[in-house]
Design a binder for this molecule. Structure first.
Ligand SMILES: *Cc1c(COP(=O)(O)O)cnc(C)c1O
Length: 364
Protein backbone atom coordinates (compact mmCIF):
# COMPACT_ATOMS: atom_id res chain seq x y z
CA UNK A 1 0.00 0.00 0.00
CA UNK A 2 1.93 3.03 -1.16
CA UNK A 3 -0.01 6.23 -0.71
CA UNK A 4 1.54 9.66 -1.03
CA UNK A 5 2.62 11.06 2.30
CA UNK A 6 0.52 13.67 4.09
CA UNK A 7 3.16 16.17 5.24
CA UNK A 8 3.01 17.72 8.71
CA UNK A 9 3.28 21.17 7.08
CA UNK A 10 2.96 22.19 3.43
CA UNK A 11 3.73 25.89 2.81
CA UNK A 12 3.90 25.34 -0.96
CA UNK A 13 0.20 24.52 -1.01
CA UNK A 14 -0.62 27.96 0.39
CA UNK A 15 1.36 29.60 -2.39
CA UNK A 16 -0.39 27.49 -5.05
CA UNK A 17 -3.78 28.36 -3.59
CA UNK A 18 -3.23 32.12 -3.89
CA UNK A 19 -0.69 31.98 -6.72
CA UNK A 20 -2.25 34.49 -9.11
CA UNK A 21 -2.74 37.11 -6.36
CA UNK A 22 0.74 36.55 -4.93
CA UNK A 23 2.45 36.62 -8.32
CA UNK A 24 0.72 39.90 -9.16
CA UNK A 25 1.71 41.41 -5.80
CA UNK A 26 5.35 40.35 -6.30
CA UNK A 27 5.42 41.75 -9.86
CA UNK A 28 4.07 45.08 -8.60
CA UNK A 29 6.87 45.38 -6.02
CA UNK A 30 9.52 44.41 -8.57
CA UNK A 31 8.26 47.12 -10.91
CA UNK A 32 7.92 49.74 -8.14
CA UNK A 33 11.67 50.00 -7.61
CA UNK A 34 11.10 50.13 -3.80
CA UNK A 35 12.34 47.03 -2.05
CA UNK A 36 12.93 48.02 1.58
CA UNK A 37 10.67 50.34 3.62
CA UNK A 38 8.64 51.07 0.50
CA UNK A 39 4.92 51.41 -0.11
CA UNK A 40 4.10 47.69 0.25
CA UNK A 41 5.77 47.53 3.67
CA UNK A 42 3.85 50.57 4.92
CA UNK A 43 0.55 49.28 3.51
CA UNK A 44 0.97 45.92 5.19
CA UNK A 45 2.00 47.44 8.54
CA UNK A 46 -1.09 49.64 8.44
CA UNK A 47 -3.41 46.80 7.38
CA UNK A 48 -2.15 44.44 10.10
CA UNK A 49 -2.42 47.15 12.78
CA UNK A 50 -6.03 47.77 11.70
CA UNK A 51 -6.76 44.04 11.74
CA UNK A 52 -5.33 43.64 15.27
CA UNK A 53 -6.92 46.83 16.55
CA UNK A 54 -3.60 48.29 17.73
CA UNK A 55 -2.01 51.71 17.22
CA UNK A 56 0.78 50.41 15.04
CA UNK A 57 2.90 47.60 13.64
CA UNK A 58 6.59 47.66 12.67
CA UNK A 59 7.92 44.97 10.33
CA UNK A 60 11.10 43.08 11.27
CA UNK A 61 13.29 40.45 9.59
CA UNK A 62 11.98 37.56 11.72
CA UNK A 63 9.91 36.65 14.72
CA UNK A 64 13.03 36.17 16.84
CA UNK A 65 14.19 39.70 15.96
CA UNK A 66 10.71 41.01 16.74
CA UNK A 67 10.90 39.52 20.25
CA UNK A 68 14.38 40.96 20.81
CA UNK A 69 13.40 44.41 19.52
CA UNK A 70 10.22 44.37 21.61
CA UNK A 71 12.28 43.65 24.75
CA UNK A 72 14.91 46.27 23.82
CA UNK A 73 12.22 48.89 23.21
CA UNK A 74 11.08 48.29 26.82
CA UNK A 75 14.68 48.81 27.96
CA UNK A 76 14.96 45.25 29.22
CA UNK A 77 18.56 44.11 29.36
CA UNK A 78 21.48 43.14 31.53
CA UNK A 79 20.51 41.69 34.92
CA UNK A 80 16.74 41.77 34.28
CA UNK A 81 14.71 38.59 34.61
CA UNK A 82 12.01 37.70 32.07
CA UNK A 83 9.47 34.96 32.85
CA UNK A 84 8.80 32.61 29.95
CA UNK A 85 7.05 29.23 29.62
CA UNK A 86 9.36 26.20 29.76
CA UNK A 87 7.68 24.71 26.67
CA UNK A 88 8.09 27.03 23.68
CA UNK A 89 10.26 27.57 20.63
CA UNK A 90 13.86 28.12 21.74
CA UNK A 91 13.56 31.48 19.92
CA UNK A 92 11.56 32.86 22.86
CA UNK A 93 14.47 32.21 25.23
CA UNK A 94 17.12 33.19 22.67
CA UNK A 95 15.58 36.64 22.22
CA UNK A 96 15.72 37.23 25.98
CA UNK A 97 19.36 36.16 26.20
CA UNK A 98 20.32 38.39 23.25
CA UNK A 99 19.19 41.48 25.17
CA UNK A 100 21.46 40.52 28.08
CA UNK A 101 18.47 39.62 30.25
CA UNK A 102 17.93 36.25 31.97
CA UNK A 103 15.08 33.89 31.08
CA UNK A 104 13.29 32.27 34.03
CA UNK A 105 11.50 29.07 33.03
CA UNK A 106 7.94 28.76 34.35
CA UNK A 107 5.75 25.66 34.09
CA UNK A 108 2.70 25.50 31.85
CA UNK A 109 -0.94 24.79 32.59
CA UNK A 110 -1.80 21.10 31.98
CA UNK A 111 -4.95 21.92 29.96
CA UNK A 112 -4.02 24.99 27.90
CA UNK A 113 -0.25 24.30 27.62
CA UNK A 114 0.32 28.04 28.13
CA UNK A 115 2.26 29.70 30.99
CA UNK A 116 0.59 28.98 34.35
CA UNK A 117 -0.36 32.24 36.13
CA UNK A 118 -0.04 30.64 39.61
CA UNK A 119 3.57 29.72 38.92
CA UNK A 120 4.16 33.17 37.37
CA UNK A 121 3.20 34.74 40.71
CA UNK A 122 5.62 32.45 42.55
CA UNK A 123 8.45 33.16 40.11
CA UNK A 124 8.59 36.94 40.61
CA UNK A 125 11.81 38.24 42.20
CA UNK A 126 13.24 41.72 42.73
CA UNK A 127 14.87 41.50 39.29
CA UNK A 128 11.78 40.42 37.35
CA UNK A 129 10.86 42.97 34.67
CA UNK A 130 8.58 41.19 32.21
CA UNK A 131 6.48 38.16 31.31
CA UNK A 132 6.36 36.63 27.83
CA UNK A 133 3.11 34.67 27.43
CA UNK A 134 3.38 32.41 24.36
CA UNK A 135 0.04 31.66 22.71
CA UNK A 136 1.22 28.13 21.97
CA UNK A 137 -0.35 26.12 19.11
CA UNK A 138 -2.71 29.06 18.40
CA UNK A 139 -4.38 28.97 21.81
CA UNK A 140 -4.56 32.30 23.68
CA UNK A 141 -2.79 32.36 27.06
CA UNK A 142 -4.96 33.19 30.08
CA UNK A 143 -4.42 36.93 29.68
CA UNK A 144 -6.87 38.13 32.37
CA UNK A 145 -4.89 36.74 35.33
CA UNK A 146 -1.54 37.54 33.69
CA UNK A 147 -2.47 41.20 33.13
CA UNK A 148 -3.60 41.55 36.79
CA UNK A 149 -0.38 39.97 38.07
CA UNK A 150 1.68 42.29 35.84
CA UNK A 151 -0.23 45.36 37.07
CA UNK A 152 0.10 44.34 40.69
CA UNK A 153 3.87 43.85 40.45
CA UNK A 154 4.72 46.55 37.90
CA UNK A 155 5.81 44.03 35.25
CA UNK A 156 5.71 44.48 31.48
CA UNK A 157 4.04 42.00 29.11
CA UNK A 158 5.53 41.01 25.75
CA UNK A 159 3.19 38.62 23.92
CA UNK A 160 4.78 35.95 21.71
CA UNK A 161 2.17 35.69 18.94
CA UNK A 162 4.29 33.68 16.50
CA UNK A 163 1.61 30.95 16.51
CA UNK A 164 -1.54 32.99 17.13
CA UNK A 165 -2.31 35.34 14.23
CA UNK A 166 -6.04 35.99 14.46
CA UNK A 167 -6.59 34.26 17.83
CA UNK A 168 -8.90 36.23 20.11
CA UNK A 169 -10.25 36.41 23.63
CA UNK A 170 -13.70 37.94 23.25
CA UNK A 171 -13.30 40.68 20.65
CA UNK A 172 -9.63 41.33 21.44
CA UNK A 173 -6.87 39.85 19.34
CA UNK A 174 -3.78 38.27 20.84
CA UNK A 175 -1.12 40.91 20.38
CA UNK A 176 -3.31 43.67 21.82
CA UNK A 177 -3.25 42.66 25.52
CA UNK A 178 0.33 43.37 26.51
CA UNK A 179 2.67 46.35 26.29
CA UNK A 180 4.01 45.05 22.99
CA UNK A 181 3.74 41.87 20.94
CA UNK A 182 5.93 39.95 18.52
CA UNK A 183 4.73 38.01 15.46
CA UNK A 184 6.60 35.68 13.07
CA UNK A 185 5.68 35.27 9.40
CA UNK A 186 7.80 32.14 8.87
CA UNK A 187 6.29 30.14 5.96
CA UNK A 188 4.47 27.56 8.13
CA UNK A 189 2.78 30.08 10.46
CA UNK A 190 -0.90 31.01 10.18
CA UNK A 191 0.02 34.27 8.42
CA UNK A 192 2.90 33.11 6.24
CA UNK A 193 5.47 34.90 4.11
CA UNK A 194 7.55 33.07 1.48
CA UNK A 195 10.74 33.67 3.40
CA UNK A 196 11.58 35.13 6.80
CA UNK A 197 9.67 38.00 8.34
CA UNK A 198 8.11 39.25 11.55
CA UNK A 199 6.72 42.34 13.24
CA UNK A 200 6.06 43.99 16.55
CA UNK A 201 2.65 45.43 17.39
CA UNK A 202 1.67 47.84 20.16
CA UNK A 203 -0.77 50.48 21.29
CA UNK A 204 2.16 52.60 22.47
CA UNK A 205 3.33 54.76 19.56
CA UNK A 206 6.32 56.11 21.48
CA UNK A 207 7.53 52.56 22.01
CA UNK A 208 7.03 51.66 18.34
CA UNK A 209 9.01 54.71 17.29
CA UNK A 210 12.08 53.29 19.03
CA UNK A 211 11.89 49.86 17.38
CA UNK A 212 13.40 50.70 13.98
CA UNK A 213 15.99 53.18 15.14
CA UNK A 214 19.25 51.36 14.54
CA UNK A 215 20.40 53.24 17.68
CA UNK A 216 19.88 56.57 15.93
CA UNK A 217 18.30 59.51 17.69
CA UNK A 218 18.90 61.76 14.77
CA UNK A 219 19.25 60.26 11.28
CA UNK A 220 22.61 58.54 10.87
CA UNK A 221 23.92 59.62 14.28
CA UNK A 222 24.12 56.58 16.57
CA UNK A 223 23.65 57.16 20.28
CA UNK A 224 23.84 53.43 20.99
CA UNK A 225 24.55 50.26 19.02
CA UNK A 226 21.27 49.30 17.40
CA UNK A 227 20.13 46.60 15.03
CA UNK A 228 19.11 46.37 11.38
CA UNK A 229 16.02 44.20 11.09
CA UNK A 230 13.42 45.01 8.44
CA UNK A 231 10.55 43.29 6.66
CA UNK A 232 11.26 43.63 2.94
CA UNK A 233 8.61 44.80 0.48
CA UNK A 234 8.33 41.49 -1.38
CA UNK A 235 7.41 39.67 1.82
CA UNK A 236 5.13 42.52 2.88
CA UNK A 237 3.24 42.36 -0.44
CA UNK A 238 2.81 38.58 -0.06
CA UNK A 239 1.61 39.11 3.52
CA UNK A 240 -0.91 41.72 2.38
CA UNK A 241 -2.48 39.06 0.14
CA UNK A 242 -2.41 36.43 2.89
CA UNK A 243 -3.84 38.80 5.52
CA UNK A 244 -6.94 39.32 3.36
CA UNK A 245 -7.56 35.54 3.59
CA UNK A 246 -6.43 35.01 7.21
CA UNK A 247 -9.88 34.70 8.79
CA UNK A 248 -11.04 32.28 6.12
CA UNK A 249 -7.83 30.23 6.48
CA UNK A 250 -8.16 30.15 10.27
CA UNK A 251 -11.82 29.12 9.81
CA UNK A 252 -10.69 26.11 7.80
CA UNK A 253 -8.13 25.20 10.49
CA UNK A 254 -10.91 25.37 13.12
CA UNK A 255 -13.19 23.23 10.96
CA UNK A 256 -10.47 20.56 10.61
CA UNK A 257 -9.84 20.74 14.38
CA UNK A 258 -13.54 20.07 15.04
CA UNK A 259 -13.44 17.02 12.76
CA UNK A 260 -10.30 15.69 14.49
CA UNK A 261 -11.73 16.38 17.97
CA UNK A 262 -15.07 14.69 17.24
CA UNK A 263 -13.65 11.58 15.62
CA UNK A 264 -10.69 11.11 17.99
CA UNK A 265 -12.67 11.60 21.20
CA UNK A 266 -13.17 8.56 23.42
CA UNK A 267 -9.69 7.22 22.62
CA UNK A 268 -6.70 7.32 24.95
CA UNK A 269 -5.42 10.42 23.18
CA UNK A 270 -5.69 13.65 25.15
CA UNK A 271 -7.17 16.29 22.83
CA UNK A 272 -6.55 20.07 23.02
CA UNK A 273 -8.22 21.46 26.16
CA UNK A 274 -10.92 24.10 26.42
CA UNK A 275 -9.68 27.57 25.83
CA UNK A 276 -10.69 31.04 26.97
CA UNK A 277 -10.96 32.41 23.48
CA UNK A 278 -10.81 31.57 19.80
CA UNK A 279 -8.08 28.99 19.18
CA UNK A 280 -6.62 29.28 15.64
CA UNK A 281 -4.97 25.83 15.59
CA UNK A 282 -1.52 26.67 14.38
CA UNK A 283 -1.07 23.09 15.56
CA UNK A 284 -3.52 20.35 16.51
CA UNK A 285 -1.64 18.91 19.48
CA UNK A 286 -2.61 15.63 21.09
CA UNK A 287 -0.81 13.76 23.84
CA UNK A 288 -0.29 10.04 24.27
CA UNK A 289 1.93 8.15 26.75
CA UNK A 290 3.48 6.14 23.88
CA UNK A 291 3.98 9.14 21.63
CA UNK A 292 7.16 7.91 19.91
CA UNK A 293 5.61 4.58 18.96
CA UNK A 294 2.46 6.27 17.66
CA UNK A 295 4.53 8.75 15.66
CA UNK A 296 6.65 6.01 14.04
CA UNK A 297 3.57 4.03 13.09
CA UNK A 298 1.79 7.06 11.65
CA UNK A 299 4.89 7.79 9.63
CA UNK A 300 4.85 4.24 8.28
CA UNK A 301 1.20 4.84 7.28
CA UNK A 302 2.22 7.96 5.34
CA UNK A 303 1.12 10.52 7.93
CA UNK A 304 3.71 13.13 8.88
CA UNK A 305 3.49 14.61 12.38
CA UNK A 306 5.31 17.39 14.18
CA UNK A 307 6.97 17.57 17.60
CA UNK A 308 6.49 20.98 19.23
CA UNK A 309 8.56 20.63 21.27
CA UNK A 310 10.47 17.40 21.92
CA UNK A 311 12.65 19.00 24.63
CA UNK A 312 11.57 21.62 27.13
CA UNK A 313 13.99 24.53 27.50
CA UNK A 314 15.52 23.23 30.75
CA UNK A 315 16.67 20.09 28.90
CA UNK A 316 18.53 22.11 26.25
CA UNK A 317 22.21 22.90 26.91
CA UNK A 318 21.80 26.63 26.25
CA UNK A 319 19.10 27.06 28.90
CA UNK A 320 19.59 24.23 31.39
CA UNK A 321 21.09 26.53 34.03
CA UNK A 322 18.13 28.96 33.99
CA UNK A 323 16.12 29.36 37.19
CA UNK A 324 12.95 27.19 37.09
CA UNK A 325 9.57 27.50 38.77
CA UNK A 326 8.78 24.97 40.07
CA UNK A 327 12.19 23.35 40.07
CA UNK A 328 11.22 20.15 38.21
CA UNK A 329 8.76 21.75 35.72
CA UNK A 330 6.62 18.59 35.72
CA UNK A 331 3.96 19.62 33.19
CA UNK A 332 6.30 20.99 30.52
CA UNK A 333 8.50 17.92 30.96
CA UNK A 334 5.61 15.46 30.56
CA UNK A 335 4.01 17.29 27.62
CA UNK A 336 7.34 17.39 25.76
CA UNK A 337 7.48 13.57 26.03
CA UNK A 338 3.84 12.99 25.07
CA UNK A 339 2.85 15.69 22.58
CA UNK A 340 2.31 15.01 18.90
CA UNK A 341 1.00 17.49 16.31
CA UNK A 342 -1.27 16.11 13.58
CA UNK A 343 -1.25 17.75 10.13
CA UNK A 344 -3.46 20.86 10.12
CA UNK A 345 -3.31 23.60 7.52
CA UNK A 346 -5.99 25.34 5.46
CA UNK A 347 -5.14 23.32 2.33
CA UNK A 348 -5.38 19.90 4.04
CA UNK A 349 -8.08 18.02 2.11
CA UNK A 350 -11.08 16.38 3.80
CA UNK A 351 -9.96 12.99 2.50
CA UNK A 352 -6.48 13.58 3.92
CA UNK A 353 -7.96 14.41 7.34
CA UNK A 354 -10.00 11.18 7.03
CA UNK A 355 -6.81 9.25 6.35
CA UNK A 356 -5.06 10.83 9.36
CA UNK A 357 -8.01 9.89 11.57
CA UNK A 358 -8.31 6.35 10.19
CA UNK A 359 -4.57 5.73 10.59
CA UNK A 360 -4.63 7.07 14.15
CA UNK A 361 -7.71 5.07 15.21
CA UNK A 362 -6.17 1.98 13.69
CA UNK A 363 -3.17 2.26 15.99
CA UNK A 364 -4.85 3.08 19.29
C1 LIG B 1 8.27 30.58 15.04
C2 LIG B 1 8.39 31.03 16.43
C3 LIG B 1 9.28 32.03 16.84
C4 LIG B 1 10.39 32.56 15.96
O1 LIG B 1 10.01 33.10 14.76
P1 LIG B 1 11.08 33.18 13.56
O2 LIG B 1 10.37 34.02 12.54
O3 LIG B 1 11.32 31.78 13.10
O4 LIG B 1 12.31 33.83 14.07
C5 LIG B 1 9.21 32.50 18.15
N1 LIG B 1 8.32 31.98 19.03
C6 LIG B 1 7.47 30.99 18.69
C7 LIG B 1 6.50 30.48 19.71
C8 LIG B 1 7.48 30.47 17.39
O5 LIG B 1 6.62 29.49 17.07
Amino acid sequence: MSQTEIPSAAPGRGYQRYQSEIDAAIAAVLESGQYVLGAACHRFEQAFATYLGVAGVVGTASGTDALELALRSLRIGSGDEVLIPALTASATATAVVRTGAIPVLVDIDPLSYTIDPDHVSRAISGDTKAIIPVHLYGQPSTMGPLVSIARQHGLLIVEDCAQSHGARIGDLYTGSFGDIAAFSFYPTKNLPALGDGGCVASNNRALLATVRQYGWEERQISTESGMNSRLDDLQAAILEVRLSHLDQDNGRRRQLATVYANRLSGTDLTLPGDCDGTHVYHQFSVTHPSRDKLRARLSAAGVGTGLLYPRPLHEQPAFETCRRVPDDLPVATRISREVLCLPIYPELLDEEADRVIAATLDLL
